[in-house]
Design a protein around this ligand. Structure first.
Ligand code: FMN
Ligand code: ATP
Length: 299
């Protein structure tokens, strides 16, 4: 997949099938749209996701989003910041200059509530009208639902901020995860508590509340179940950077420097400041029992 960040002009693409929106995190609704543009590849079109947005923290990091869209079969991801030019561009001009002119779209898929252009005046119906005039097809998809609520990035952000990992999975079709290289902690866990792996999450990623979660960690060669603390370790004086620290069940390997992805399954409790290391240790043992029970029941 080609990844293009738009700074000024759009690239010229001959024959594209486009879907448009913020695409902050690729949820189940977004996947429907992506399937639609991929269906157009048979007609010779390049499947293009045009992601318009400025959010400083996102549900998926840029890299995660790229990887996922590539896996789904997208040909080109155009990442376009919502700069003055785009925000002030009239909807009609956006269609004429970008969709028809630059991207030469033969097909456009959007959700029913998609809005674009100056003062958000552009609608899916307007796309349809212009499609008839300029010769591109437009498909307007109803919103994918979760029970009675429409799936949206806003909904997912809310659930993430509550630590509802089960709902996150249901809406996204994948677990919330953090990835990176295993770093050295201060070595206290190993000596006085439990051995752990430390990751520093990307600053661009939206995180759930600080606290302890049941997780699965994927390394190149091995997968481990475990429990993870997201936080600053207040009991031992605190850290400057938010950390993701995992106690892996039944692991006796040295994993420093290895790449790892931690998938979050369930929230257990908030991070706390304990009065002693012994009190923290007792709590960790209880957390571990809960984690192990969770995986036993899952089998
Ligand atoms: C599952 C788990 C839960 C934890 N919960 C807390 C907590 O509630 N409060 C806290 O201050 N630290 C908590 N910690 C962090 C410990 O304080 C940390 O493991 C210990 O200080 C060792 O850190 P180090 O590896 O940087 O030496 C938790 C760690 C793990 C793995
Ligand atoms: N649940 C859904 N089902 C089908 N299409 C959707 C769904 N949610 C969004 N879309 C469409 O996907 C495209 C990208 O959506 P976008 O990321 O802009 O909005 P969103 O997911 O509703 O998030 P937000 O809550 O931030 O508005 C748009 O065309 C939008 O209409």
């Amino acid at each position: 997949m080609e990844y293009i960040r738009i700074e000024n002009d759009f690239p010229r693409i001959t024959h594209s099938a486009v879907t448009l929106g913020k695409f902050d995190g690729i949820h189940r609704g977004h996947r429907k749209l992506v399937e639609k543009i991929i269906g157009q590849k048979e007609e010779g079109a390049q499947a293009v996701v045009l992601a318009l947005g400025n959010a400083s923290r996102t549900i998926l990091t840029k890299e995660e989003r790229c990887r996922l869209l590539e896996k789904l079969g997208v040909d080109i991801l155009l990442e376009c910041p919502l700069n003055d030019r785009i925000r002030h561009m009239k909807a009609e001009n956006f269609i004429k200059e970008i969709l028809v002119g630059d991207l030469q779209a033969s097909y456009v898929a959007v959700g029913e509530d998609f809005r674009f252009g100056f003062e958000r005046k552009g609608t899916p119906q307007m796309l349809k009208e212009y499609g008839r005039k300029y010769g591109f097809d437009v498909e307007i998809l109803p919103k994918e639902m979760d029970g009675r609520r429409k799936i949206s990035s806003t909904f997912i952000r809310e659930e993430l901020s509550r630590g509802n990992m089960e709902k996150f999975h249901a809406l996204m079709g994948m677990d919330f995860s953090v990835e990176g290289e295993v770093e050295h902690g201060r070595g206290m866990g190993h000596k006085y508590l439990l051995p752990t792996t430390n990751l520093i999450p990307s600053g661009e990623k939206l995180m759930p509340p600080n606290g302890v979660y049941i997780t699965v960690s994927y390394f190149k060669e091995r997968t481990y179940q475990g429990i993870t603390n997201i936080g600053y370790k207040p009991t031992v004086g605190g850290e400057k950077f938010l950390g993701v620290e995992t106690y892996l069940f039944d692991c006796h390997e040295d994993l420093y420097g290895q790449y790892c992805r931690v998938d979050f399954k369930k929230f257990l409790r908030p991070e706390q400041k304990f009065t002693s290391l012994e009190a923290l240790k007792k709590q960790l043992e209880k957390d571990a029992v809960k984690g192990q029970e969770y995986f036993r029941k899952e089998k």
